[in-house]
Design a protein around this ligand. Sequence first.
Ligand SMILES: [Zn+2]
Length: 255
Amino acid sequence: MKCKLCLHEKPLLKRSHIVPNFMYKSMFNGGKRLVSINTNDIGGKVKFMQTGYTESNLLCANCDNGILSRLERFASLNIYSEPSANSLVTRKEYDEGGEIIPYIRFENLDYTNAKLFFLSIIWRCHISKLEVFSDVNLGEHAEQIRRMILDNDAGDEKRYEVVLIHIDTDGSRPSKAVIDPRQYTSEGNTFCIFHINEIMYHFNISEHNKIDLFTKASIQKDNIMDIAKLKGKWARMHFDMYMGRKLLMKSNIKH
Ligand SMILES: [Zn+2]
């Protein structure tokens, strides 16, 4: 069978993660159990997620244990854990008050590795046949993103932008949850959103009519990544705008 990343005929692995397990851990507040919400489920069934989704016959050992694991190690060490003393990557919180939204700034975070790691997640959602990822369809962009991952080329800053936003709704919304990735098309612009444990990952797929967010907050070649921290009213508004009030109504989480 053909590996979906290198396209070579090779024996394929029986178990490939679509989303690496460390992404489910909180980036900021230690490990609590997560709720998983299926937005297509009318009953709004809520279940606890133990491990990430895996799938067979997607990738060869070289691609999964080589290319993708290398990106995962980078992200796990530099983004999803406290930076170690000998790491060049720094992480600092800024709260300047006034009109400026508090944010967490990563510095010296390699643009190529960070961007390709996040793109590899949405690309894996695209190649997955699992129902939970069925909303993601990158169309012709899947091939371009595949090449970028394979060639270790994160490309131009303005292409396939990635924005992370930390959402703290203080329990008023199910923001400590994994919510199936969703794809939106609005006025010719296509973007995907994947919400995992208080972090909303925004992926810009098409180049025109981008939402404002992408021009302001996406990962840049200066190796700086900012994660805006939305709290209170702003967090609820952002959550509701993208995940929808319906989700809140459908879920049977009580607040
Ligand atoms: Zn391969």
